[in-house]
Design a binder for this molecule. Structure first.
Ligand code: NAP
Length: 340
């Protein structure tokens, strides 16, 4: 039986609980593909799963990791073979990315643009598919609309700013440091506000001539609700997709939302059925990937790279809120010959 190294933890807790363990290499089943992983990336939900504080307590894979980039090693029965053995792919996963090999449904694979390394490519699946889903499938963003993007320098935020621009909408971002705001502006945000030193809702109202924003992408939650509703335009859509702030809400939220005729929409990607994810991946390949391939018009933002052995340091770094864009885990070294 083939073995592989993965990042593992036995007990819920801090980053120090993470260690490298050998487990049997999985075999692809019906319409699944085995990938040799070169790089994976961190997501906030990895931190919650490690602490077992994630809203969904049952996971398909107890190994962390929601995305990976690598090469196809083996196809399970029933695969269409769109990505043959040896193809360079990036994948949306339901877990298991923090390991030397991972299994994923064939329909969750995307081709890696030829100019990209595995490190760059693995910054795409979870953040960009989430941002695409939020803007287009959930908020149904229209040309010319204004979008307020909280945590603008996060993995999801950096993708959402660029995708809003691609849709000819007007992104406005918030973040916690001048450096992060600078990145948001460089990526195309029309206005940027530091929530630590200014009231973003006042600033948004000033910037929009008192009209507010049509869409809010909110991964903060309860601690932002009043400011969000205040700067939401009439008939606006407030999309809640994370709870980095608080989940408790106090006050007359319903009244204020009703007076704006606002919609509160919520979404999670991970718990969606396979069919939904497959359709999302197909739409992304068709509508967004060409803009990444040609001229690098859109670019995934890589903050830093850690070797797999330093996984605990990578988790601590994300917990300190210092990253701008994605934190990558290099699972194995990439050789120049891998870059074709
Ligand atoms: N619903 C879904 O399907 C889905 C999918 C993927 C990700 N997500 C969510 O999307 C969010 C971003 O994920 P990510 O991996 O892109 O994150 P990330 O790169 O780690 O960035 C998160 C940033 O959020 C800001 N932040 C943290 N706590 C905050 C607070 N209390 N108030 C205001 N800002 C705070 C920090 O930046 P500042 O310095 O600017 O404060 C932090 O660096 C997370 O909440 C994650 O759970 C949801």
């Amino acid at each position: 039986m083939h073995k592989m190294k993965v990042v593992y933890f036995d007990e819920p807790g801090g980053p120090e609980n993470l260690y490298i363990k050998e487990i049997p290499r999985p075999e692809p089943k019906d319409r699944e593909v085995l990938i040799k992983v070169f790089a994976t990336a961190l997501n906030r939900s990895d931190l919650l799963q490690r602490q077992q504080k994630h809203p969904s307590t049952k996971f398909e894979n107890e190994v962390l990791g929601l995305e990976a980039a690598g090469t196809v090693v083996n196809l399970g029965p029933g695969c269409r073979g769109i990505f043959p053995v040896g193809a360079r792919v990036m994948a949306l996963l339901s877990g298991g990315g923090y390991g030397e090999y991972v299994i994923t449904p064939e329909d969750q694979l995307m081709p890696i643009p030829s100019h990209m390394t595995f490190t760059q490519a693995t910054a795409i699946p979870e953040a960009w598919l989430t941002a695409y889903q939020l803007l287009h499938l959930v908020a149904k963003l229209r040309e010319g609309e204004r979008v307020l993007i909280h945590a603008g320098a996060s993995g999801v935020g950096t993708a959402a700013i660029q995708l809003s621009q691609l849709a000819k909408a007007i992104p406005i971002a918030t973040a916690g440091t001048p450096e992060k705001l600078h990145l948001c502006a460089e990526l195309g945000a029309a206005a940027v506000f530091n929530y630590n030193v200014e009231d973003f809702s006042e600033k948004v109202l000033q910037f929009t001539g008192g009209e507010g924003v049509h869409v809010i992408l909110d991964c903060i939650g309860g601690s932002y609700w009043e400011k969000n509703v205040k700067c939401l335009a009439v008939d606006g859509r407030w999309v809640l997709y994370g709870l980095l702030g608080t989940s408790d809400v106090h006050g007359d939220i319903l009244k204020q939302l009703l007076f704006k005729r606002g919609s509160l929409l919520t979404t999670l990607l991970r718990s969606r059925p396979l069919k939904y994810k497959a359709e999302l991946v197909r739409a992304f390949i068709e509508n967004v990937l060409p803009h990444i391939v040609h001229e690098g018009k859109l670019r995934p933002i890589v903050d830093s790279t850690f070797p797999m052995e330093k996984i605990a340091d990578a988790h601590r770094y994300m917990e300190s809120n210092r990253n701008k864009g994605k934190i990558i885990i290099e699972v194995r070294k990439e050789k120049p010959s891998d870059l074709q």
